[in-house]
Design a protein around this ligand. Structure first.
Ligand code: NAP
Length: 273
């Protein structure tokens, strides 16, 4: 039996155990994947305990992605530089390697499943927490015309910009936001509290594609808000969830699960239930 876990606070909403359980079934792997509610100051202790139990690794979710950096012996891939970690690999040599698979999950979902190009489009990223930070380099690699970042606490968006120098990237307060972005990505945690970020309606037009990293069995508050403003094209983060999990699964097992089993056909909500 191979042990894995996801650590977060809150954690009840997490579907990672189901997803990794289904991936493991594809390869006949016996898996024990726990979701664990961790107190604000308890991440290091929770990870140490998991290592002591001989686990293979873990996922890290809200709000611990930055804290997880301190637990890594080495950081790899998109996590380098930004220091937000969503996957820990407990290697046989005793080292802890840190990765961020959120970006791969988001880009694969947008491009492959939802057929949304980022190239040449005006993109608004809402949020500057762990998830938002993790996806900025990958979004910039797709060469958008602009990538504006808005955050409820503006200083946090301003601190993010110099970490990834790019003429396309800018932190914007509410009054400087454009009209009718082509692609709007909500990476805030507002949905976890049942609300949408407080943003002006002019950012959304009928042609705006609205994507919410949050996911839910019913439409998320952000997507409901966008729908009310006439946005015809909307998707939640369920496909990203599947793809970021598949990237983590590959890190632990060097096996690529078939994600299309769960991300198509549309609508994809509820496919795991
Ligand atoms: P985090 O590090 O705790 O950051 C939270 C972010 O949300 C901050 O920017 C915070 O702004 C903002 N925020 C919180 N409440 C808000 C509100 N009421 N209005 C506006 N902004 C608000 O969390 P995270 O790890 O970035 O996760 C963010 C969300 O993405 C979560 O819902 C998570 O479940 C989701 N997520 C989904 C996937 C997926 O695979 N689909 C992957 C990663 C994350 P302040 O700086 O002002 O506090």
């Amino acid at each position: 039996m191979i042990n894995l876990a996801v650590f977060g606070n809150p954690i009840a909403h997490s579907r990672s155990p189901e997803i990794h359980g289904l991936f493991a079934q594809q390869f006949g792997i016996a898996l024990n994947y726990q979701k664990v509610l961790v107190p604000a100051d308890g991440l290091a202790q929770a990870v140490a305990e998991l290592i002591r139990q001989g686990a293979r690794g873990c996922n890290i979710t809200v709000p611990f992605k930055s804290q997880a950096l301190a637990l890594c012996d080495e950081v790899k891939g998109d996590a380098i530089g930004l220091g937000v970690i969503n996957t820990l690999d407990f290697a046989p040599n005793g080292k802890v390697y840190g990765y961020n698979t959120d970006a791969q999950g988001l880009i694969t979902d947008l491009k492959d499943h939802l057929e949304q190009s980022i190239h040449g489009r005006r993109v608004l990223l809402i949020g500057a927490g762990g998830a938002a930070q993790g996806v900025v380099p990958a979004l910039l690699r797709e060469a958008p015309e602009t990538l504006h970042v808005w955050n409820r606490t503006p200083q946090r968006a301003e601190q993010l910009v110099p970490l990834v120098p790019s003429s396309q990237l800018g932190a914007k307060p509410c009054e400087q936001l454009d009209e009718q972005y082509d692609l709007i990505i909500n990476a805030s945690a507002a949905g976890l509290k049942g609300s949408a970020p407080d943003l002006p309606s002019r950012i959304i037009g009928p042609g705006s594609f609205c994507y919410d990293l949050s996911y839910s069995d019913s439409e998320t508050p952000f997507l409901q808000w966008a729908s009310g403003l006439g946005a015809k094209h909307r998707a939640d983060g369920f496909g990203m969830l599947i793809e970021q999990a598949a990237a983590a699964f590959y890190i632990w097992f060097e096996l690529s699960p078939d994600c299309l089993l769960y991300t198509s056909p549309s609508p994809r909500d509820g496919l795991l239930s």
